[in-house]
Structures are given as structure tokens and as C-alpha cells.
Ligand binder design. Sequence first.
Ligand code: ZN
Length: 174
Amino acid sequence: MAPRKIITVPNETLKRKARKVTSFGPELQTLIDDMVETMRVAPGVGLAAPQIDVPLRVIVIEYGEVPEDKEDDEDYEVVPDLYTIVNPEIKKPSSETLLGIEGCLSIPGIVAEVERAESVTVVGQTRHGQEMKLKVSGWLARIFQHEVDHLDGVLFTDKAVRVFRLDEEGEIVE
Ligand code: ZN
């Protein structure tokens, strides 16, 4: 595994529609391992292959939440789940939407408020080509929608309700 370089705007790959994966051989396995490594080094909660200049429909997400009954437990350590989805599609977006502040490893220096479906069903394939389906909600649903958008050349700034600039410490500049 080796982390790869994350490309940033205005790199044209970020604006292109990525190709469907049809081969699940060693090259794809290396790509996925490298994407996980790249996401962890960044660090980020999600990464789409176009962000490392590979125009293929692959996303990785690593995210965990503190369960409600552990919210008061300061020592509770979140164990994040790793999701790898090949050829993911967003289905059945809930009519309920939520506004939330997102950032993107490919657009440093800003965050933006984006409206997303509260829950979605994600269908796609595992890294070995098996069909898979996942129902997700809340922040995880937001991450999935953000990453799948990358595969269609859509950036969160295209959908932003409001954009905020960050200072050098990563704080929002009012
Ligand atoms: Zn992004």
C-alpha cells in the first residue's frame, strides 16, 4: 500500500464522469488499498478514485459514530467502519433533507453548507465484484452522497447553499 497524491481543483479529472469498473483483478485491489491508505493519511472520512486522478467508479469511506447510550462516556472510543464500494449508486433518497457543513480533500481552505437526503440506499459491488446494498442515514448518508457525486464530476461547491472560507487553523472566517 502506498498513499497517492490527492488532486485539487481546478484539475479537470474532478469535473469528469468516472468510468464503470468491469475488472476486479489485482489492479483494482491495489487501487482500493492505496485509496484507503491515502484517506487515512490525509486524514479524511471518504475518498473517491477521481480524487487521486483515477477516473473509475470506486469510493472508500471510514466513519464511525458514538452510539447514543455512550454519549456521556468520555472514554468511549469509536471504532470506525470501513466501506469500499465499487460502482456505487444512490437509490431511494429520503424526502427529508438535512443541511450540514461539509469539506473536501480536493477543495482545501473552504467548507460549505449542503442540503442532502437524510437517508439513502447505496447499491453497488464489493471489491471482489459481489452485489451489495446498504441503507444509511445521517452523517454517513451525507458522506456517501458526497463521494458518489465525485464519480459524476459533481463537487460539493456545485450544490452549496453557503460557502465559508477557513483560516490557517481551519477555523471558519466570519
Ligand atoms: Zn470530496
